[in-house]
Write a protein that binds this ligand. Structure first.
Ligand code: ARG
Length: 466
């Protein structure tokens, strides 16, 4: 056995790529600066609020406060201009900033960390970041809702097939279909607003987990940082990541909604359906088949759901079974949230663009709406209403009418009155007024139904809210 194995040599069994030995592995697994540098602005405003409060409470001098704040502002400038040198040895954004502050202003920098810990500091920075992101998401969803409202308004009378099991069921309007998505994204936006309300409490001052003996004023820092109030339990404060989980669950549900419309776009763009055309801006060509126009943006929106849902499951799994209070496991929260946020923003933007730019082929939609005897229920309802037939019998008579139309390969409205009267003598030519697709949708005037007048009422209600 060779002796002389120093701690700086890499381990023969597992140290292949770590030339500098175990400490390099430790540094790599421990450091978060690679991703948490995104929190620099929140970290600096948190520190400014904290230093201001420490001075107001007589915990540090006004002089130290001023040099701390001056130094922090300079650091913010350095980061924004790209001049700042981040160091992995300093682990994270908090220590990178503090170490630079020491270089800039000397010993006063050491007073900034009085009455706080990185545990409440990171909770603060991340909350502020998630709050800002939720506000962006709220705006983005309002833009998407507006795009759907515009389309719905243009197409409140455009008839298309309504589907169940992706089989033609009953005619609806495209406006009504668009408004279904307005409802979904409207719920997502409500969830965003609730999440902002839930997280609107300031963690700073919880310190490591138990609070601090210094006479701090947590209400003051909460106010300065735009929070409603401080959190109430210091142990919960440093171990809570519900705000991140809520963001991810909202993102996941929203991504699922986006993927459903994305899927419909993909189907509707096929030559077989031909209901819509995407603009050139939101489609791509094929490198080999010149005739093709592919809905890549819709496909990618559909696919983003995978990683966003994955982020939710990842963070739920990180948090599961963690004992109170802070554990380093929680450092794994950020990448999931950053990735989901970036991709959700992109997916909402792409969907907003696709919806605004798409053109609708009304003739194709209308033809498909009438195919497959989609107004057969309207005929049965007419027999019940006008001839007083029991619904079961009306259903049977309608079945025979459909069979007749099928055997001559025509639509219900193309059958002759004589032929209809052979099936049931009570039928009059009034029946032709209800079996068209326009008549079918116009008749569905129940609240929330597809009749154009009802859809217009819903559009007006939403425009008022948006
Ligand atoms: N980088 C850490 C994180 O993201 C900051 C908190 C570190 N706290 C600690 N006790 N080591 O969670």
């Amino acid at each position: 056995m060779s002796s002389g194995n120093s701690s700086t040599t890499s381990n023969q069994m597992w140290g292949g790529r770590f030339a500098a030995g175990p400490s390099a592995i430790m540094e790599e697994i421990n450091a978060s600066i690679g991703f948490d540098r995104k929190l620099y602005a929140q970290d600096i405003s948190g520190s400014i609020a904290h230093a201001t409060m420490l001075a107001a409470q007589g915990i540090i001098t006004a002089e130290d406060r001023d040099s701390i704040i001056g130094g922090l502002k300079q650091i913010q400038g350095e980061i924004e201009s790209g001049a700042f040198e981040f160091s992995r040895k300093l682990e994270d954004i908090h220590m990178n900033v503090e170490s630079r502050l020491a270089t800039l202003i000397g010993p006063a920098a050491g007073r900034l960390h009085t009455a706080r810990s990185r545990n409440d500091q990171v909770a603060l920075d991340f909350r502020l970041w998630v709050k800002a992101e939720l506000e962006l998401t709220e705006k983005a969803l309002s833009g998407l809702i507006a795009a759907f409202l515009d389309k719905a308004e243009q197409h409140a009378d455009t008839v298309m097939p309504g589907f169940t099991h992706l089989q033609t069921a009953q005619p609806v309007t495209f406006g009504h279909h668009c408004m279904a998505y307005v409802e979904m994204f409207g719920r997502d936006r409500q969830r965003v607003r609730h999440a902002i309300e839930h997280l609107d409490e300031s963690p700073i001052g919880a310190a490591a987990l138990a609070g601090t003996p210094y006479p701090i004023d947590r209400h003051m820092t909460a106010k300065a940082l735009g929070f409603r109030e401080p959190t109430r339990n210091s142990i919960d404060t440093v171990s809570d990541r519900d705000f991140a989980l809520e963001f991810l669950s909202i993102a996941a549900i929203c991504a699922v909604h986006l993927s459903r419309f994305a899927e419909e776009i993909v189907i509707w763009c096929t030559p077989q359906f031909g209901f819509i055309r995407l603009s050139d801006a939101f489609s791509t060509g094929s490198s080999i088949m010149p005739q093709k126009k592919n809905p890549d943006a819709a496909e990618l929106v559909r696919a983003k759901t995978g990683r966003i849902n994955g982020s939710l499951v990842a963070l739920l799994t990180v948090m599961k079974g963690l004992p109170l209070a802070y554990s380093k496991d929680m450092q794994e929260d950020k990448e999931q949230v950053f990735d989901a946020a970036e991709n959700l923003e992109l997916a909402i933007a792409a969907m907003t663009g696709m919806v605004s730019d798409m053109t609708v082929n009304e003739a194709k939609m209308k033809a498909a709406a009438g195919a497959g005897y989609s107004t057969a229920t309207d005929l049965a309802d007419w027999l019940v209403r006008e001839l007083g037939l029991p619904f079961r019998e009306a259903h049977h008579v309608t079945g025979r009418v459909v069979a007749l139309a099928e055997s001559t390969a025509c639509d219900l409205w193309d059958l002759s009155l004589d032929a209809l009267q052979d099936i049931h003598p009570g039928i009059t030519d009034k029946v032709f007024e209800v079996v068209t697709v326009e008549a079918s949708v116009a008749s569905r005037t129940s609240f929330g139904g597809t009749a154009p007048e009802r859809v217009r009422e819903q559009i007006a209600w939403w425009k008022d809210k948006n």
